[in-house]
Design a protein around this ligand. Sequence first.
Ligand code: GTP
Ligand code: MG
Length: 210
Amino acid sequence: MHPETRTERTGLVLAGGHSTRFGDQDKAVADLAGTPMIRRVVDRLEPIVDEIVVNCRDEQVSPIDAALEGGPDVSFAIDPVPDRGPMAGIMTGLREATGEYAVVVACDMPFVDPDFVDYLFDRAAGHDAAVPRLDDQWFQTTQAVYRAAPMAAACERALERDERKIIEPLFDLDYIVVDEDEIRERATLETFENVNTHDELEAAARRLED
Ligand SMILES: Nc1nc2c(ncn2[C@@H]2O[C@H](COP(=O)(O)OP(=O)(O)OP(=O)(O)O)[C@@H](O)[C@H]2O)c(=O)[nH]1
Ligand SMILES: [Mg+2]
């Protein structure tokens, strides 16, 4: 692709939750085989995006910044009102995004596959979103590419309707579904694995250390 036609891409990492299944620690900065989980996500996205935005609560900025020290530059998008759910976090983050398109990835997906995300950007081109969906599962809205402005506006409309389900804004947009066959041609399902508990963290660490 010619540089002048290159659409700018943002990587938006969602970290504004309370990790309640993880106990009293923030899973975003939890150590996974020697590297904080969010650092793994940022490092995987960095080669395929032009900027990285981290969405979180105010008090998370300092520990996340420390976890990312020495890594790629990021900017922070702080929830003005915390605890309004992941969709509100996506809205906050997309408003800070300078890219036309943004990949949203949860901070607890340390195995996110950059080649697959790259493919999602390609699939989203000309649409408002490209969202993976495995058979018999719900949309993978926290590993999907969105056109930033229309998605932020759709999130705002959903919140105004008091609708917090993360899927809701999609139905307001021109989105395409990347189905299981298409996913399996390009990635292993590890890309969607998310770490919610200490047991899951330990299982992931064992695989990485093997
Ligand atoms: N900004 C924001 N992000 C959230 C919120 N709730 C969850 N998230 C993010 O959305 C992603 C998926 O959410 P979960 O896996 O449920 O994470 P969580 O809510 O921190 O963890 P649990 O409390 O165990 O459900 C994670 O990256 C969270 O950081 C929220 O209220 N606001
Ligand atoms: Mg949650």
